[in-house]
Design a protein around this ligand. Structure first.
Ligand code: ATP
Ligand SMILES: Cc1cn([C@H]2C[C@H](O)[C@@H](COP(=O)(O)O)O2)c(=O)[nH]c1=O
Length: 216
């Protein structure tokens, strides 16, 4: 297995990605012996973070689903060009809390727009301007859990940060999870599924196992 330079973490709401990333980062630094850039989507630089704020605005009527896709893809383009590629080119490891799979699962699946169309729009966002090739993660760690469990964590623990997408219907979140599971099934080499419905220590140990395997 090759050493992953671009690692993404994915999952439904409240899956515990952010908690686990913080804990595992020193181990990635140790194993890779490289500088590790921690970033997130939507976000990762000034413009993309501004788009993240925009995406939280609750409008009436609600934002059109394609507008949501385009805004996320615009944020991703900025993220790829201004943040991810320069770090990879400087020999760093990039760890991102969400990336392209989030759009496939949330917009393609959750919003019923279809994976193919959402992928096609994102093809523009993730293209390396120098090589023309797509910038794709080497390794994706997918945190799987029943959406009710994740949402309960979100609503119980961080009421001040509940956003527009957290408040979507249960059926939306279920479609997001189903799409993630389908992606993991389709790409088992890249996407490593871990059971996120366990205590934090057990989740971290599962993430650690995946990471260790890559640097063995
Ligand atoms: N394994 C776990 N068991 C119980 N609670 C957890 C676990 N992991 C994280 N939490 C708690 O659940 C909440 C959500 O965790 P976290 O922010 O890490 O998830 P996330 O996947 O980044 O969520 P989101 O994508 O919705 O921002 C936090 O309050 C966190 O402390
Ligand atoms: C990248 C991306 C994100 N989303 C959604 C998923 C979450 O609800 C928020 C991000 O915030 P969090 O702190 O990671 O929970 O945005 C999306 O719908 N599509 C995307 O491509």
């Amino acid at each position: 297995m090759g050493m992953p330079n671009f690692i993404t973490f994915e999952g439904p709401e409240g899956a515990g990605k952010t908690t686990a990333i913080q804990a595992i980062l020193p181990e990635i630094e140790k194993l890779s012996q490289k500088q590790v850039l921690l970033t997130r989507e939507p976000g990762g630089n000034q413009m993309a973070e501004a788009i993240r704020d925009l995406l939280k605005v609750q409008t009436d009527p609600a934002i059109d689903s394609w507008t949501e896709v385009f805004l996320l893809a615009a944020a991703r383009r900025e993220h790829v060009v201004q943040t991810i590629l320069p770090a990879l080119e400087a020999g760093q490891v990039v760890v991102s809390d969400r990336y392209l799979d989030s759009s496939l699962a949330y917009q393609g699946g959750g919003r019923d727009l279809g994976l193919k169309s959402v992928q096609e729009i994102n093809d523009f966002a993730i293209q390396n301007p120098q090589t023309g090739k797509p910038v794709l993660p080497d390794l994706t760690i997918y945190f799987d859990l029943p959406v009710e469990v994740g949402l309960e964590r979100v609503f119980k623990n961080r009421t001040e940060k509940i956003d527009r997408l957290d408040k979507e219907k249960l059926s939306f979140h279920k479609k997001v999870r189903e799409s993630y599971l389908a992606l993991a099934k389709k790409e088992p080499k890249r996407i490593k599924l871990i059971d996120a419905n366990q205590p934090k220590e057990a989740v971290l140990s599962a993430v650690n196992d995946v990471i260790q395997e890559y640097w063995r």
